[in-house]
Structure formats: structure tokens, C-alpha cells
Design a protein around this ligand. Structure first.
Ligand SMILES: C[S@@+](CC[C@H](N)C(=O)[O-])C[C@H]1O[C@@H](n2cnc3c(N)ncnc32)[C@H](O)[C@@H]1O
Length: 313
């Protein structure tokens, strides 16, 4: 990553790559496809500010999800992880399904209309604004990520949507986020802070810092939703692969108690749809959170999640 680099010139190159892909007389379909892909990936590569020899966590995750916005270096790392833990792909898919259920719950049942999605990732199917605005057209969503490729894709996707914004900011600078999201977010009204599959890329100080700052700035009636990789032997193997392959962010694995700390002082939403008497709300695996499918079948073993409400002081 290149920190404060101005990406304007590279964004222009990205746009040019799309224009350059226009067919010319005599081009075969295969020529066109290969030229377009090479040009597109080259422009994305420049935009990302990293060489294609650096694996990138947004693109590795895109590969787990079956996306196409990734390079060979990302696929190599992802395949190495999948060879050791094939279930990682199920966890990534379960994470997106969890995201969909949470956003739908927050709009339809909790009445939330404002979302800040921290570490939003490359756009995929059923992004937060699509789920939220399908349930309430006036829902406002700010995506936050520090990856220029993620931001370029997000801005292209959101160009015609007045109720969305993509902000380039690092979660290690939470006050910048509070400042920048004000363009769309009203801090006097309930807000949902979403941190899906991102806090495990931050140290304790950074991860608890960004959550406490953001939730602290939100009014009572706001929500925090988190999904986080658990500290297991399998995840330690994945962390070692990311570190050995010098991915652009390392994994910080946490225990259930440490993940629970993100919700300190908040009231957990009960994860069971049909509450068993006497069962206190707790953190659960992704597929167990308010899922109409049989929640005793845990498809994902690598992550824990929770959703909680900020109470009146
Ligand atoms: C694994 S993806 C998760 C995407 C999405 N939240 C989801 O759950 O499907 C993690 C995202 O967090 C972003 N990210 C990692 N560290 C970050 C940081 N310090 N500041 C902002 N974004 C960060 C990455 O660029 C990537 O897009």
C-alpha cells in the first residue's frame, strides 16, 4: 500500500483500460478477452499501489468467494490456505450470508437506517447497500476501506446511488473515519457499525480502538456487528502462510473472550430465532446467527460473530 499517494492518474489509467478493451476490426474474441484482461489487471495493479508480487487480503478473500478481482500471487496464497483448510471457503461464504442476515435484521427489525461498513472489501454479491436498500430505500451506507482497488470498484458501483459513499481511510485512524462519514451519517440518529472479517487484521490497540471510538461516537440505540477469525490450530496455519507469503496484512487471532471484549458494555442481540428458555445471548458461529436453516449444523468453524445494541447511559 502506498499510504497518501494520489491515485488520480492511476484511476484515469484504470478507466482507459476499460476503453482500450473496445473491439477493433480483425480482433478475435480470444485476442480481445486476453488483451482486456491484461490491460484491466495492469491498471488494477497500478491502482493498488503494490506489485503483483504482493498478496493482498482483499483480493485473497475475493478469490475464496469465487470472485475475479485477484492476481496469481493472491490465488497462490489462497490455494495454499485452502489446501490445508478447505473449509475456509465455506467460512467466507458463511460470512457473506451472515452479513446479509444482519443487515436485513438491522433494517427490518431494529429500524436502523444508517450503516458504516468498516473494511468493506471488494464488491461482491449482496453488498450492504443492496440488502439494506431492498428493505428500506432511504437507508444510507458508508463503505470504509484502505485499499485503493476496493475503493475504485466501490465508487464505480455506487456512482449513481445518492445514499451511499465510499471513504478511503485506515481503521488505525478512527477519528478520520468519524470525521469523513459525517458527509452521509447523522450521529444523532442510530447507526450500525459493521466490522466483518476485518478486526483480525489489526493489533489489540488498533482493533479495540477503532470499535470503541466509532461506537462511542454513536448514540444509544446504535448497533455493533462483528465477525472475527478464532484462534485455532487451523487459523494459526493460515496466519503462518499469510506471514511467509508477506500478505499486505497479517492475521491477529483472538479467543472467544477476546472477541467478546468488542461488545463490552453493549447488549447482545439474541442469536437464536426461537429462544430456548434460560439461554443467555452469546457469540456464535456465523451460520448459527438468526438462521432459519438448522443452526445446530455449523458449516463454518473458523469465525465467531455477534451483534449488539448500545444502551442508554
Ligand atoms: C477479508 S475482507 C472483508 C470484506 C467484508 N467486510 C466482508 O466481510 O465480506 C477485509 C477487508 O478489510 C480491509 N482492511 C484491512 N485492514 C484495513 C485497515 N487497516 N483499514 C481499512 N481497511 C482495512 C481490506 O482491504 C479488505 O477489503
Amino acid at each position: 500500500m502506498t499510504g497518501n499517494k494520489d491515485h488520480g492518474a492511476d484511476e484515469a489509467l484504470y478507466v482507459k483500460s476499460v476503453v482500450d478493451a473496445s473491439p477493433q476490426p480483425g480482433d478475435s474474441v480470444a485476442d480481445l478477452a486476453s488483451a482486456a484482461l491484461a490491460s484491466h489487471m495492469d491498471a488494477l495493479n497500478r491502482l493498488s499501489g503494490v506489485g503483483s508480487d504482493t498478496a493482498n487480503v482483499a483480493r485473497i478473500y475475493d478469490y475464496y468467494l469465487g470472485g475475479k478481482d485477484n492476481f496469481e500471487v493472491d490465488r497462490t496464497v489462497a490455494e495454499e490456505v485452502l489446501a490445508k483448510n478447505p473449509d475456509v471457503r465455506d467460512s467466507a461464504l458463511a460470512n457473506r450470508e451472515f452479513l446479509g442476515r444482519v443487515v436485513h435484521y438491522l433494517v427490518s427489525e431494529a429500524g436502523v437506517r444508517q450503516f458504516i461498513d468498516l473494511g468493506s472489501g471488494l464488491p461482491t454479491q449482496e453488498n450492504v447497500h443492496q440488502v439494506a436498500q431492498a428493505a428500506a430505500a432511504d437507508a444510507r451506507i458508508v463503505y470504509v476501506d484502505n485499499d485503493p482497488v476496493v475503493l475504485t470498484h466501490a465508487r464505480a458501483m455506487l456512482a449513481t446511488n445518492q445514499n451511499t459513499l465510499a471513504v478511503g481511510a485506515d481503521l488505525r485512524d478512527p477519528w478520520k473515519i468519524v470525521h469523513e462519514v459525517r458527509a452521509l451519517i447523522d450521529f444523532t440518529q442510530p447507526i450500525a457499525v459493521l466490522a466483518f472479517a476485518v478486526l483480525h487484521f489489526l493489533s489489540d490497540e488498533q482493533a479495540y480502538g477503532v470499535v470503541n471510538t466509532l461506537v462511542g461516537a454513536c448514540p444509544p440505540g446504535s448497533y455493533l456487528a462483528v465477525s472475527h477469525v478464532l484462534d485455532t490450530a487451523e487459523a494459526q496455519t493460515g496466519r503462518a502462510i499469510y506471514a511467509r507469503r508477506s500478505a499486505n496484512a497479517g492475521l491477529v487471532l483472538r479467543s472467544p473472550a477476546e472477541i467478546g471484549e468488542f461488545f463490552a458494555g453493549l447488549e447482545l442481540v439474541h442469536p437464536e430465532l426461537e429462544r430456548s428458555p434460560g439461554n443467555a445471548p452469546e457469540l456464535v458461529h456465523l451460520s448459527q446467527w438468526r438462521n432459519e436453516e438448522d443452526s445446530t449444523v455449523v458449516r463454518d468453524r473458523f469465525m465467531l460473530c455477534g451483534v449488539a445494541r448500545k444502551l442508554e447511559p
